[in-house]
Design a protein around this ligand. Structure first.
Ligand code: FAD
Length: 587
């Protein structure tokens, strides 16, 4: 078997793997990234690209009063029994410096967002300042490698064009038919995108998680880190108890990569490991279904690799994954080819006049809470039932104004979604209920009762609109409560929700810096984990926008520096340009 020597082998090219690789390389280590899929970027490239990083310089400008102590209090309140003081302190201390380092030393750049924490009224929570967003990126900066960047998740693009998850884009797209400024903004965005499609066959100005993945990959490639795509890591190589490398399948052959500093597992958790999720997800245990928008290559390989050398994985958090209510979108022409897209419900639930009901027709939660909270409520409400499902229901006026799921607002036509069964319709609520298989009397009663408070902009049952986060993604122009409006005259519409996820929370047990721990609790020499392969410091909770990517980037940075330090390499910024060139040639 062919052998290749390097310092560090990183397995997986999402935010966790690439941030570790870039940092370690810039500190002087030779690094190879092996990526199983033909494209790099992982779930990170599908994501909203929002990172929860308290104390970051962008957020400080918007909220100078925020403190590290407040963020720590918030984390303690949010994670409860799972509060990991060592991880929280390491994260909070390193986070601002990591952001500064990436922005100063690499192609990774951020912009501020206006996101409140998801539970801003909890002690230590803030209304603004902790979540930042990857700055948009022109992927021509990747040169020929732009063909290897994972394209965005199809269901959250419009004719292939990405929206920024937290800026003017969404506001203008919703207002395009009501405001001339928005119309001109949208027309310009569409014209640029259509030109890019004609010239390159895809969008070139990428945003959100696609921009984050592209920026990290550019930083890695520029520093001389080869990203081997189509190269799954098959097994670890151990010598005298130390992980000294791994066998990688590359161009049809097996190659042994010997890594002096060790192997970093960054395979993005286990969202598509059928056996593991069958053990972990309550709704699967009761016979229901789970549909994940995460790339299908995230099959828990990192966890299995660690287990093969005695690493400890356990299911212990209250929620094994970050829950995301999703709908299944028939994508082929009239759905004929049977292909289905997964649509994550990131925006519609917050809007006034849209409610969520169960099969019995009853509401079950505050629909304007985060996807994770709504998902957890849905799992709880359906416990013991064969199916974990809910329906988002609205009237014709709300559908035209906000769209519903994959159905866009007017004037984008929605007829094909009625024909392919994605969007259900009824002239009356009873008719809609019958079409969906919902209890008709239950739905009529729910809407009648909901409307009483909604006429006054109130939701006495669940308190929609009572926190800044509830209101953040609602309709600011709708008064008095941007999250609450009555459901008035028919026809009525519904889209069915089932359970999905954004990534797994449970994972490998590690030390704070990322050493994989054995079932006896000792560090396995030479083996490390970052990103969703390591158990989340949030303990199965979801405190704010970007709570997976934020820690993934920061712990990647910490681990990269730690490994370089162990190898006696000091520099992070003082990388010799000649050495970089030589390394690139060798790679
Ligand atoms: C639609 C959507 C929106 C989201 N938005 C946000 C957001 O805004 N903020 C946030 O914090 N989180 C968000 N998330 C979650 C976030 O994207 C993930 O938690 C994060 O990207 C995981 O990063 P990672 O580096 O651990 O894994 P990934 O980015 O998934 O990368 C793992 C890589 O490892 C590769 N791999 C797997 N097995 C092997 C193997 N054997 N050999 C080699 N390579 C292998 C995979 O192919 C993959 O490319 C979102 C998720 C989705 C689906």
């Amino acid at each position: 078997m062919e052998h290749i020597d390097t310092d560090l082998l990183v397995v997986g090219s999402g935010a966790g793997g690439l941030s570790t690789a870039v940092t370690a390389r810039r500190a002087g280590l030779d690094v190879i990234v092996a990526e199983k899929e033909p494209v790099f970027g992982g779930t990170t490239a599908f994501s909203g690209g929002v990172l929860w990083i308290p104390g970051n310089r962008h957020g400080r400008a918007n909220n100078p009063g925020d403190t590290r102590e407040a963020a720590r209090t918030y984390l303690r309140n949010e994670t409860g029994a799972w509060f990991d003081a060592a991880a929280a302190d390491a994260f909070l201390e390193a986070a601002p410096a990591a952001v500064d380092w990436f922005e100063r030393e690499t192609a990774v750049k951020f912009v501020p967002t206006l996101y409140p924490d998801y539970h801003p009224t909890v002690g230590g929570g803030v209304d603004i300042g902790r979540s930042i967003l990857a700055a948009p990126f022109d992927i021509r900066g990747l040169g020929a490698d732009m063909a290897r960047l994972r394209p965005p998740l199809q269901t959250i693009t419009f004719i292939g064009m990405m929206f920024n998850s937290s800026n003017a884009d969404l506001k203008h797209f919703f207002n395009a038919t009501k405001s001339l400024t928005s119309f001109i903004y949208v027309a310009k965005r569409l014209a640029t995108h259509l030109k890019e499609l004609a010239l390159y066959g895809k969008g070139i100005q990428v945003t959100s998680g696609n921009a984050l993945a592209a920026r990290l990959a550019k930083s890695a490639l520029d520093a001389g880190v080869p990203i081997w795509t189509g190269s799954p890591v098959l097994r670890l190589v151990q010598q005298a108890g130390r992980v000294v490398g791994a066998v990688v399948q590359r161009e049809g052959r097996e190659v042994e990569v010997r890594a002096r500093s060790g192997v970093v597992l960054a395979c993005g958790g286990f969202p598509h490991d059928a056996q593991r999720i069958a053990r972990a997800y309550p709704h699967l245990k009761s016979g229901g279904e789970h549909v994940s928008p995460v790339p299908t290559g995230n099959t828990g390989d990192g966890i299995a690799l660690a287990e093969s050398v005695g690493g400890q994985f356990d299911l212990r958090f209250p929620s094994a994954s970050a829950w995301m209510p999703v709908s299944k979108v028939p994508l082929g022409k009239k759905g004929a080819d049977g292909s289905t897209g997964v649509f994550p419900h990131l925006l519609d639930r917050y809007k006034p006049g849209v409610i969520g009901v169960l099969r019995n027709g009853q509401r079950f939660c505050n629909e304007s809470e985060s996807y994770h909270d709504v998902g957890a409520a849905m799992i709880e409400a359906c416990r013991g039932e064969a199916e974990t499902a809910a329906w988002l229901v609205c009237d014709a006026a709300a559908l035209a104004k906000y769209g519903l799921g994959y159905v866009r607002p007017a004037p984008v036509p929605h007829g094909r979604f009625l024909r392919n069964g994605y969007l259900m319709k009824g002239a009356t609520l009873a008719e809609l209920a019958q079409a969906c298989g919902i209890d008709a009397a239950g739905l009529e009663r729910t809407v009648r009762e909901y409307n009483v408070g909604a006429e006054q902009g109130q939701d006495p049952a669940f308190g929609r609109g009572t926190t800044p986060f509830n209101r953040y993604l609602a309709d600011p122009a709708h008064r008095p409560n941007p999250c609450v409006a009555p459901i008035r005259s028919g026809p009525y519409y519904a889209v069915k929700l089932v359970m999905g996820d954004l990534g797994t929370f449970d994972g490998l047990r590690t030390s704070t810096v990322g050493e994989v721990l054995s079932t006896q609790g000792a560090a396995i020499p030479g083996l490390y984990a970052v990103g969703n392969d390591r158990a989340s410091m949030m303990g199965g909770n979801y405190p704010g926008a970007g709570i997976t990517l934020g820690p993934n980037l920061v712990f990647g940075w910490l681990l990269g520096r730690h490994l370089a330090g162990l190898a006696g390499k000091a520099g992070t910024a003082g990388q010799d340009a000649t050495a970089t060139q030589e390394h690139r040639r060798a790679a």
